[in-house]
Ligand binder design. Structure first.
Ligand code: SF4
Ligand code: SF4
Length: 474
């Protein structure tokens, strides 16, 4: 039996199978334990977070009124820490060459029907200009794992290309990167290239199932993959983004694994994940989600989001266009802080949006609205769409970011930054109706900036943005 040790560097010890099984048994025993659930909810109300065992009890709770209280608490924490802001980003697929055999992903090496494609630097330029012309400022780069087609040098060159594109008032100000687990040396290179968050989904924390779902290629190595965030942080990357692909394995198991991973990063590296993503499996070329019997319904999905919000209040939570408009709407106020918008999940898809030329998508997008439609929808729902990238550019990453969050001072940054980036969007990209709606939201929300000096400065910057200047931040 392997011992459980959140501070260990070994995957088998910090994501410990026996501890997960014991946690699930403990949660099942306590699913009607009203007193325990109430105690956990009281503790969580202070935004101090929960252990994986406590969170598992909440997820398993079968008491309707306590579940309702749980959802209310998640909404309260979301409102308190994140206000009405929703940060927007888009994925950019560079290459779908991949040497791995992931059975749930159409990019797996044996798929001969998918069109393989790798963008040249010129094609990347055209993709990024298409994204800038929508109004995007924040990207998540995606590539398959292929040391010959997509070596680290290719990724680094692409990041440089993206940051250097100057087109009208557009700019990509933060490039997050989602590439395969790699070496400390390569993570150092990514850090030097100026990436924002390094994102790597665990897919599942269940080692045996992980190995079956990844039968071939370097990704088959569970420990190499699971220990990647430690190496990324050793390489100097402060912000890492975790996630599992719900539907591959029993959700309860992966939920506990995800929180144990967050606890481990905090215990060993001094800071937990910057973000957690909650993707659910979707159809794609050569992939039928029906094959995966662990699919979760919308109610479980909403509860997962709510309990993660309660358990790790300061970790941003991301939902992508894998989810429909209806499903996204349901989880926004339960804890989601970032969403993707107008995403193309194929290689070269933004430039050829009107006439998609191939089947190179990683998954079918569920929410197919344009960015402007998404902004309009968020405004109608009372949210403040934000393109803010300020923290990373001001060096507020890792523990510096967390300290600022926990001090409550982030409120004096996030809201004005959200308003200024929304203002840029309205000035440069929005149609008349959205512009009018957005301006009204800016006026209303500006009133709520707590610090008078910041409020005055924000008013000055908003005026300057209207006069044609760009890129102010706190
Ligand atoms: S999930 Fe990633 S590693 Fe696996 S086949 Fe798809 S692109 Fe390759
Ligand atoms: S100020 Fe920092 S935490 Fe707030 S939205 Fe901007 S980047 Fe995120």
């Amino acid at each position: 039996m392997t011992k459980y040790d959140p501070q260990s560097a070994a995957a088998a010890e910090f994501i410990n199978h026996e501890e997960i099984e014991a946690t699930l048994a403990y949660a099942a025993t306590n699913k009607h334990n009203r007193l325990l659930v109430q105690e956990i909810l009281e503790k969580a109300a202070d935004c101090r977070g929960l252990s994986h065992r406590e969170a598992a009890v909440l997820l398993e709770c079968q008491e309707d009124d306590l579940n309702a209280a749980m959802f209310t608490l998640a909404q309260k924490i979301k409102e308190e820490l994140y206000g009405k802001r929703i940060v927007l980003f888009a994925p950019l697929y560079l290459s779908n060459y991949c040497v791995n055999g992931c059975v749930y992903c159409p990019y797996h090496q044996r798929n001969t029907t998918i069109r393989r494609k790798k963008l040249t630097q010129e094609e990347i330029r055209r993709e990024v200009i298409a994204l800038q012309d929508m109004g995007h400022k924040r990207l998540a780069l995606e590539t398959g794992e292929d040391p010959v087609q997509n070596p680290i040098e290719y990724v680094l060159e692409s990041i440089q290309t993206i940051y250097n594109i100057k087109h009208k008032n557009g700019a990509i100000r933060r490039v997050n990167v989602n590439i395969a687990a790699t070496t400390v040396e390569n993570y150092q290179k990514l850090k030097a290239a100026g990436i924002g968050t390094y994102i790597l989904f665990q897919e599942t924390y269940h080692k045996e199932n992980y190995e079956k779902l990844h039968p071939t290629g370097p990704k088959h190595d569970y420990a190499w993959h699971t220990e990647a965030m430690d190496r990324a942080m050793e390489g100097g990357i402060d912000d890492v983004g975790c996630g599992v692909l719900f539907g591959l394995n029993l959700y309860r198991y992966d939920f506990v694994g995800l929180l144990m991973h967050a606890e481990h990063l905090e215990a060993r590296m001094g800071v937990g994940p910057h973000t957690i993503s909650v993707p659910r499996i979707r159809p794609a070329d050569d992939i039928d989600p029906q094959t995966f019997s662990n699919a979760i319904d919308d109610d479980i999905f909403a509860k997962i989001v709510a309990v993660i919000r309660i358990a790790v209040p300061y970790t941003g939570m991301i939902v992508s266009t894998r989810e429909s408009q209806v499903s996204r709407e349901r989880v926004l106020d339960l804890g989601i802080s970032q969403i993707s918008g107008a995403s193309c999940t194929s290689v070269g898809g933004y430039e050829h949006r009107e006439a998609p030329e191939d089947n190179s998508a990683q998954f079918d997008v569920n929410d197919t609205r344009t960015l402007e439609e998404i902004i309009d929808w968020l405004l109608d729902l009372g949210y403040v769409p934000s393109f803010c990238t300020a923290c990373y550019r001001a060096g507020r990453t890792g523990d510096r970011f967390m300290k600022l969050c926990k001090s409550g001072q982030i409120k004096n940054c996030c809201l004005p930054n959200a308003l200024m980036t929304l203002k840029e969007y309205l000035e440069d990209y929005a149609g008349d109706a959205v512009q009018k709606k957005g301006e009204a939201v800016i006026r209303r929300q500006w009133e709520g900036i707590p610090n008078p000096a910041v409020k005055a400065k924000a008013a000055e910057y908003l005026q300057k943005l209207h006069d044609g200047m760009r890129d102010f931040r706190f």
